[in-house]
Design a protein around this ligand. Structure first.
Ligand code: TXA
Ligand code: MG
Length: 362
């Protein structure tokens, strides 16, 4: 598994791997994807196998130009009104972290959509991804490049650690700018439906095309009959058990010598650090603080914040990165603070609650 910087030359090599039916992990603005030729059933089968992903969980088809949309989708099956909304969404949010569920083009293999009559399509806002897709000469089916159910990778090293020995090539484009997966919006019915909150806030979508229905938040439990397996509770989960707490609960959380603590911003962290049994030591400018108590293990860097300035976009970009690091500490629990419900807040809280649900079930 070569891990190569995403230079023009390496992107060309990667495109040839895709065209020949191989798998390439590549950077997007959201998370790293595990790409294969969307029109090659053998490539698609390999994606499911490498991720250990159930075949009922359909893939997102990535394109490099809006004009390629109809290779994957059949817009003629939509009403004129819905088609107009799709047109508005594309001109406003593509390239970008919005995935649209649309009637499927019959030419797309059934494996790409898990037999559904709809296809998920997105145009990523990342020059390396766009160039890779363009040069491959096809559309690229790509789930997040992590084993099924685990945290999505936001760095090439995450992919190397998780799936490295099972894929042909990893293109390293540095850390992902958005850091959360795309928003998945179902436009195949009469009314828009949010299937997964993500990099484009729902409020921005609704401001453009009017109301969309949204599933109950994951804090209220996984919705029945999820139409998008991303709605299942057991997604995006670290190995370490995780507990989500409100800011008020977090502030009075007793010190757990085997715990890691993820706060939203410096003020909530400092409030907790001022409590009994904690002593902050300088953190060398990293977004976090060290605990200066107890055993050697306790001295590890395990008090972190999502954003130095209390900014939700920065928090989203740091979320998976920090969770990957915390998960590697081998502690017994991660305590994470809920963030406020605006902008990317709902998507951050969604991922936190899903990470929590898996481990709280026995
Ligand atoms: O940001 C992203 O979307 C990343 C990057 C790599 O593009 N990709 C990603 O893919 O998150 P994945 O496979 O991890 O998540 C795709 C989500 C899943 O929840 C899947 O169930 C849903 O999209 N999905 C795909 N096709 C669908 C369809 N036809 N109907 C409903 N949901 C669909
Ligand atoms: Mg995924």
């Amino acid at each position: 598994m070569p891990l190569l910087p995403a230079t023009d030359e390496n992107i060309e090599t990667a495109a040839a791997v895709l065209a020949a039916g191989g798998l390439v992990a590549f950077p997007t603005e959201t998370v790293y994807g595990l790409g294969g030729d969307a029109f090659n059933p053998r490539s698609l089968a390999k994606i499911f196998e490498v991720k250990n992903r159930p075949r009922f969980d359909p893939l997102i088809i990535h394109i490099a130009l809006p004009g390629a949309l109809e290779e994957a989708a059949d817009l003629s099956l939509l009403s004129g009104e819905v088609r107009e909304k799709v047109r508005l969404l594309i001109s406003r949010f593509w390239p970008g972290p919005l995935t649209l569920i649309l009637p499927k083009n019959p030419k797309l293999p059934g494996l790409a959509t898990s037999g559904l009559s709809t296809a998920a399509v997105r145009l990523p806002d990342h020059p390396a991804a766009q160039k890779l897709i363009r040069l491959s000469g096809t559309a690229v089916a790509a789930p997040s490049a992590n084993p099924f159910g685990y945290l999505s990778p936001t760095r090439a090293e995450h992919v190397a650690g998780l799936l490295g020995d099972r894929i042909d090539l990893i293109l390293d484009g540095g850390p992902c700018r958005v850091g959360l997966e795309s928003t998945v919006l179902d436009m195949s019915g009469a009314l828009p439906r949010l299937l997964r909150p993500g990099g484009v806030p729902l409020a921005e979508i609704e401001a453009l095309i009017g109301p969309a229905s949204a599933p109950a938040g994951p804090s209220a439990g996984a919705p029945p009959n999820p139409r998008s397996p991303g709605q299942l509770g057991s997604h995006y989960a670290p190995r370490t058990g995780l507990t989500v707490l409100s800011p008020a609960e977090m502030a009075v959380l007793p010190y757990d010598p085997a715990g890691a603590y993820l706060f939203f911003d410096p003020s909530s962290r400092d409030q907790w650090l001022a409590g009994p049994g904690r002593k902050a030591v300088p953190d060398g400018g990293k977004i976090g603080a060290l605990l200066d108590a107890g055993t050697e293990k306790n001295r590890e860097f395990r008090v972190r914040i999502l954003s130095e300035t209390g900014d939700l976009t920065q928090a989203a970009a740091n979320l998976f990165d920090i969770l990957h690091e915390m998960d590697d500490l081998g502690l017994s629990r991660i305590y994470a603070e809920q963030v406020r419900e605006e902008g990317l807040g709902p998507a951050i809280n969604d991922r936190l609650f899903r990470a929590a649900e898996k481990k709280q079930a026995p």
